[in-house]
Every structure is written in C-alpha cells, then in structure tokens.
Ligand binder design. Sequence first.
Ligand code: G
Ligand code: G
Ligand code: MN
Length: 770
Amino acid sequence: MKAIDFLKDHWRIAALGLSCFVGSAAAISGVGIGGERALREAGWHLRQHPASGQIHIVEVDARSIGAIDKWPWPRSNYARLIDRLRQAGAASILFDVDFSSQSPVPDEDAAFAAALDRAEGKVVLPTFGQEAGGGQEGWTDSLPTAQLREHATLAAVSILPDADGYVRRAPVGTMTDGLPRPSLSAMIAGTDGTADQDFPIDFAIDPNTIPRHSFIDIRDGSFDPRAIAGKDVVIGATAVEMGDRYAVPNYGVIPGVVIQALAAETLRRGFPREAGWPLPLVLGALLGWTILRMRTRQHLAAAILASPLILFATSVLADAASHWLLPMIPAFITITSASGLALAMRAAAAAKRRRMHDAGTGLPNRLALREAMRSYAGIGVVTAHLAEFDKLAVGLPASAVAELVRRVRDRIALISEGSTVYRIEDRVLAWRCYDEEALEIRLASLRSAMLAPVEIGGRRVDVALALGFASEAAAASPDRCIANAALAAQRAMALGERWHVHDAGEDETIERELSLLGELDEAIGKGEIHVVYQPKLDLRTDKIVSVEALVRWHHGTRGFLRPDLFIPLAERNDRIAALTLHVVAQTIADLKRWHALGHGVTGAVNLSAKLLSSHEFIAALRDVIRDGGIAPDALTFEVTESAAMHDPDAAVAALRSFRDLGIAISMDDYGTGQSTLSYLKQLPLNELKIDRSFVQFAHQNRGDGVLVRSTIDLAHDLGLKVVAEGAEDPECLAFLRAAGCDMVQGYVISRPVPADELVTLLSRSYGVAA
Ligand code: G
Ligand code: G
Ligand code: MN
C-alpha cells in the first residue's frame, strides 16, 4: 500500500508543478491581462462604496452653459466662483479647465487674476500634457497664461487611456522638460511621489456619490456654504458638448473631472500597492495542492468550487483592507490546471477501477490480481476451477450465473483468511496465500463446504471445484504465476485430482510442446518427417512379407525426435490426421517402388485412436489411396487395443469402412489392454500383434511362453494371423517358430530402416540357420 501512496503523491507533485508552470507561463507572457481586468471589475462591483465626500465637483454643466450663454466664458465668472468658494471656506480650489490662452477682453483675465490673488494660493490651475509636436520626443505641457499662473499653484491633469481606450490609471506627477509636476489628484491627496509614476484608480468608489454642484449655482451664491467648508473643490466640464469624456471600467463614459476626483479619492486611501504575481501564485499552489489531495468526489467538488472563490475573496479583501492589488490570474490558471488534472486523474482512476473488475459479478479481475502481486509478495496463488461451468452458463440466466459465482466466492472467503477473491476467468476464481502451512487443511474444508449445493433462485445447484496452486517465487512474473495456478487447477480437473500443485517441470514440457506444435505443420512441408520401415518375417517362407511404417522427425535444430514425443502432441492438437496421411502416402510410394522391383510386400501404418471417429480422415484417405495408384489390400492399419475399447461401436464402424476400402486391420500391442479374445471377435480384424512385453522373454519365462503359445492358438481359431513383435534373439525366434506363430517383427530380424536399405533386406532369406 505504501508504494502506491508514494507513487500517487509523485503524480500529485508533478501535477502541481505542471499547474504552477502553466500559471507562471501565463503571467510572464501576459495572456491573462483581460482576465485580470475582468476580475478587478468584479471586485470593484463587490466593494462598491460611496466617495469620502471630502472632494466636491463643480460642474460646467449644460445648465451653466445655457445660463452664461457665451463660450468661452468671460473669466470674471471664474473670479466670482473663486470668491464664493473662498468665502464658503473651501480647503482648495482646483480647476480642470484650460486657461492656456488669453481672453479676448483683457479685463476679464485681470479680474480672474485678482480673484486668484485673493485666494492666496488656494487655487490650483491645470497643465495639460500633450505630445510634443515638431518632431520632438516626449511631452510638453500647455500651461495657464503667465498672468494667471503667477497667483496659482500648477498641477497636471493629463489623462492617459490604455491601448484599448479605457482609463484605468492616473499619474502621480508628470515630467515636463526635466521639471517634475504633481498631478491634480496627488495634489488633493497630498501624496508625495515620483514624477512619471502612476497608479490604478479605485473604481470601487462610486463616482455618482461625489457631491456635485452646478457652476452657476455656486457663482450666484445659491448654495449652502457649510457644504463646501473644508472641502477640496474641483471644477471641470461635465456637459456632453464639452467633449472632455473618457471610457472607464464599470461606469461607461464619464467626464475627465470625475476621473480626477476618483483618482484623488483613490490616493486619499493611501497609495495603492501593486504586488507581483508570484505571491498570489503561492496561494494558488496551496489551493491546487489541496484540490489534488482530495480523496472523495464531494471533497474534490467542494475544493474545485471553493478555490476560485477563495482567490477572488483574497484579492477583494486585500484591496479593501490594505489597498493591496494582487494579480490573481496566474493563480487562477494554476488552480484551474490543478482542477483539470485532479479530475483527469480521477477519471483515469475510475477507468482503471472499471478495468480491474469483472463486470458480471463486480469481483476484482485478473488485472487486479496482477496489480496486487506487483505491489506486495505472497507465497502463492490458489485457483478454483468451477467444474461444468459451461453447463451452468447454459442452464442459468446470466444474473444467476453471476450470483452463483459470488456464492462460491463467499464460501472461498471463509477459508481464504481475508485474502481478496478474484475472478480471473469466467470459470476460475483465485486468491493469494500467505502461509502455506494450513493450506491443505483449508482447501479440504473448502471442498467439504462445496458438497452442499448452492441455492440460486429457488434451484439447488451442485458446484464442484478443482483446485490448483502455484508458487509466486517460482514464477518469472505475476502473469506467469497466475497462468500456472490456473493451469494447475485445470490439470487437477483433467486428472480427477482434488488439487494440483504446479511444478516447473510441467512448464518445460509445455514450452517444448508449444514450440514443437508450431513447427510440426512446417516439418511435413520441409521434408523433415521421414518414414522408416521395420520388416515382418513370414516364418513359413522365411521371407519378409510386410513392413511396419514408423514415423521419424529429423528436426532442424533438435535433431532426431522420437514419435512418443510428437505423436501425442499431434493427437491433442488436431494434427494427427495430416501426419498420418503423410505417412500413408509415403508408404504407398515406397511400396510401389518395391513392387516394381518384384517384391510383393505389404505395408502397415499405425493409426491413432482419434482417427477412428474422424469422417474427414476417411474421406481424405480415400483420395490418397486413389492418387497413390496401388491396390488397397497392400495396406494394413495397426490399431491399438485401447483405441478399439474406448468407443467400440465407433471403432467397429470405422474399421468396417477401412475394410470396405480393402485395407487389412491389425490389432497392435495385444495383451496390454483389458480386452478378451472373445470380445475381439466382434471387431473386423485380420491380424493380431502380440505385445513385445510378452514376446521378448517368452523363450525363457514359462508364464510368458504359455501366454504367447495359447494366444497364437486362440487367434488361429478365430481365423487371425499372429505377429510376435519384439523378438530380439534367435532363441526367441526359434520358440516362436515352434509355437506356430505366423510372423515375427523384432531386432532379431532388423531394426526399423530407411526405405533404400530395406530393398537389400527384401531379397535375403532368413532360414533357421541364419
Ligand atoms: O519405433 P518407434 O519408436 O517408432 O515407435 C514408437 C511408437 O510410435 C510406437 O508405438 C508406434 O506405434 C508409434 N508410431 C510410429 N509411427 C506412427 C504413426 O505414423 N502414427 C501413429 N499414430 N503412431 C506411430
Ligand atoms: O506399438 P508398435 O507395434 O507400433 O511398436 C513399434 C515399436 O517397437 C517401435 O518403436 C520399434 O522401434 C519397437 N521395436 C520393434 N522391435 C523391437 C525389438 O526387438 N525390441 C525392442 N526393444 N523394441 C522393438
Ligand atoms: Mn505398431
């Protein structure tokens, strides 16, 4: 379990690292600026609050313009305004009105200058920044006329929209011709700062709450002076036709003078502190980590939903509480990425969980077992193979089969000592074993538990289990161990054992068989399958009258392979018909050559029991005999006793069909099976071959001798020819001759030899003296 947790945390750390990287990359590349603005606007909405009331606006509004009815206004109007404000006790009087050119009437300027003088420096006049013309770089300020600025303080009222046309920031001061000058807002707020420094305007302050007065009302004294006392008064145009209007976030297009007032209100709170993105990114990383660590779906959902709110609230609170402005988008991107990765991880984990479970029963499957074996070691894997599973699957609905498997699982769980039970195949359950000691006892109790039928949907179903075991240490991989255990249960089933322990020797056999099987198909084509012949001597004529065809495989790399090795393999894997047809064809070809040389010899081919019930084989055999162009009575099939015993009716039918083709039938290995001669009477036989275990010592061993002699007599009574096989010495041959045997096959005559060598044997005579 530890190892898995560790891996999972690695995953999380990597996911967090990636998320932070994406967040940082967004910050550095500046792609988040739109989001940052949107976020800030949302924050302003949330924190929206009224202005302080310290700053008042005197509007050059439509009504005033209508009342004065001359533009530009004669400057005596401004003079009267200043006097009114001064008398009302205004703290400062700041103009956002252009006085850079002289009035057409000099008296008007003089009146204004006099009012400025009376105000004793309380009045601030604006300088407007504009791009320097005439090919010069930088900015120049257009100042109020010399006559006016003599009695006033100057402040910059430049407004610098962003590239998208929105005004979001205001300068603290401007630098003109090497001369620093404070901005109007800095002047009102009394902020010290560096020229060319700027700051973000706080649009949480509602511009509509800044107290406003119509110019004409102030000029004419129709206002409450107490409202103005101690206030900073900014005078500027708000009438649409004056054109001094700018787009700002959240409030549409507003007059420049209002922006000045807002900027001043902003600074009155203190200078806004703009933090870099790394600080909020750390918060984003912490939240991202929390998201990545959530275990349950509910917690994850809560973390994913709460994190952006926390980030947003943090930014709003930081601004509200201490005028900190935090760029949040990189942190947002970080948590978004972490959320995405957490969800992806969850989806992947869910998919994995689905892959690791059997759909029918919900039990963990082979994959899950393999995974568990990779994580921690056990002693071995035990498997339970449900006998007759196919019958159950056919006889019961799918849900009942699943229920049945779960019931079996429950019984296994009673003895598996807390081990998880896996369904590794439809019919095979498996669990892990951690202590071998009581295993056999536990399996015995499982077997006795299985004696009670399982009740499914009112039906009682008997389930038998074949059990297998394979050691984990002995297997090269978990997969291999599982396969070994499954194979062991299958072996137990096939062998009728209670349980079977896999052993490595079986592996080797299987491996060899598997690779041989693949090669066997090719071997026939490549000419690696040969046929050798062992003569049968006719004791009456002392001539070789027949030969037994014995197959040989000269394997390219393994050398000479004995038939005991590959015949059973071919039988189990449906290759025996092809192989036998090959032997038959080869034997026919060789017989034809010998016949041509004048030797009237017959050939015997061994026939596997499997072929007795194969209609395809009989059909193909007909073709081979026809194509071979030889009289079928030159052929004999040797069939073992056990083959004929296995399914007597089928055997009789098959042998009949061979006989109908003209082929003689010989009973091979006689004496090793359970049959009696009287039983054999029912089979269409021509010949009996007494097994070499009786023949070999018949001349020395009295019992064998009696057996061989009586068998010969009885066979003769049934009209069968008798062949004694396995005669190795002349004394044995003499005994068989005396016993009246018809033919002898054995080393005393010849070992099996290739077709060419046989020709010389055929012309020899085998007299008693030989
Ligand atoms: O001498 P030898 O090792 O070939 O014989 C081993 C066994 O292989 C014998 O029992 C023999 O019957 C069997 N055998 C040899 N050739 C064939 C064949 O072509 N078909 C079958 N089914 N068995 C064969
Ligand atoms: O079962 P079948 O009759 O097909 O057996 C033929 C097998 O008997 C072949 O493997 C062949 O090599 C073997 N064989 C034939 N003659 C003798 C013999 O005299 N002694 C021994 N030991 N084996 C023999
Ligand atoms: Mn044989």
